[in-house]
Design a protein around this ligand. Sequence first.
Ligand SMILES: Cc1ncc(COP(=O)(O)O)c(C=O)c1O
Length: 493
Amino acid sequence: MALTNTLRIFKNVKKLNYSFNSCIISRHLSLVPGEPPGPSVRTSIPGPNSKKMMADLDKIQYANAIWYFTDYKKSIGNYIVDADGNRLLDVFSQISSLPLGYNHPDLHRVVQDPDNQIAFINRPALGIFPSQGWPEKLTNSLLSIAPKGHTQVNTMACGSCSNENAFKATFMWYRNKQRGGAPITEEENSSCLINREPGSTPLTIMSFKDTWLSNHNAFEIDIQIRFSRPGLANCQFPTVQDHLKSSTREPKRGSQMFGEVEEEFLERSTKPGIICGRCWSASPFKPQGGDNHASPDLFQAVEEYPTKKVSALIIDEVQTGGGATGKYWCHEHFHLPEPADFVTFSKKMLTGGFYSLPEFRPQQGLKIFNTWMGDPSKILLLEKVVQVVKRDNLLNLAQESGRKLMDGLKDLSKRYPQHIKNNVRGIGTFCAFDLSSSQKRDETFVRLQQNGVQSGPCGDQTLRLRPSLIFQPHHADIFLSILEKVLNDIKSV
Ligand SMILES: Cc1ncc(COP(=O)(O)O)c(C=O)c1O
């Protein structure tokens, strides 16, 4: 189905001036030179070129999760361009993993710098042969934005192995405490090789339900998850949406909500699988879980509970970290009385890894280890990202653009209650909203795409927004205007 050019929508976008950082940004002044004024859609999505490539790929691998093929050369700033020349405002940004949008000139300069090219060509086994200057690179990038109290950092390749290695470090910390610091015995050494106690333990990590770490059938059915999700115990997770639903509109105190978690913790700790770590995202959700955002007082309450002392707190900031909430670390919004024990990251940070407090540093070598343990070329890019975020004040921008998004979404939820539920939620640009049914969510997602917006579905009826850090208020206007058109189109069907 050929689609009409959606540029006409932009005639309806009010011409506005935005006051930001004491300078005026018109809707055409983008932080990335050459960014177009709006989307343009010429074919159905996926278009014929994408469909042909999907068929080619499908001969080699199962490819049905692909939405379309992308022309990364033409994609720029907040706009992704597909293989059929359709240009979409990207508020999903590669599953939330683009810090500075597409083809940011400062990142191009990093790659073009001859001094940096060595790092792109020679990927080291970082645990054994780091390049000279590696400690300074980590200090200038990851440690310069570390959460308070976190002086230790380990790099990893992706979010999953960042969490897995934080689990490993937690288990080691716990067992070391149990042994009272005594050396590992011969029996422990030999029994772990045949997966028997005492070397292998029945230790467990507890996570909330509906976080990325909770068991999720699409990823796990038929698969024996032995290590990556070590016997996760799931607790029902109190959400901001629950607050919004409650008749009183009064948020429950975090300690009251956390009581349920503690009961579960205590009950399970008396069983053979002892819980040694608790893990949750700062804004806990799992993509299929529907972007469930916890309330700040829940996190504050976590710190007050006595069982905190016998377990480690791992905050998974793989998706929430990197600045979209207006702070590098979402949990910084929650003013925890003490730092979390571990904070894991990936996505917008360009490298995976985890921070930890000094107490959790493993006492033996080759424990937190794999071949690559990250990639120094990504650290070069991250170093630049950190500079650009500071120079262009992008954390403030995330707050400013986020306010615009949230105000607009709340307004639409009031004016289109038949479509959008009254549970719009978000911090900075890290926002989500629910449609009134799964079918309507799917339809909204497709219609947004056809009108030039790439959003991200999650849960049964949620759309999540994960723009990159160069998303400005005028992009929010474009998004909201297209969303409103889509809501009207749905209404008229
Ligand atoms: C909160 C969270 N943790 C961990 C992961 C896993 O990261 P990766 O896909 O890089 O392995 C994700 C992925 O979306 C996530 O959202």
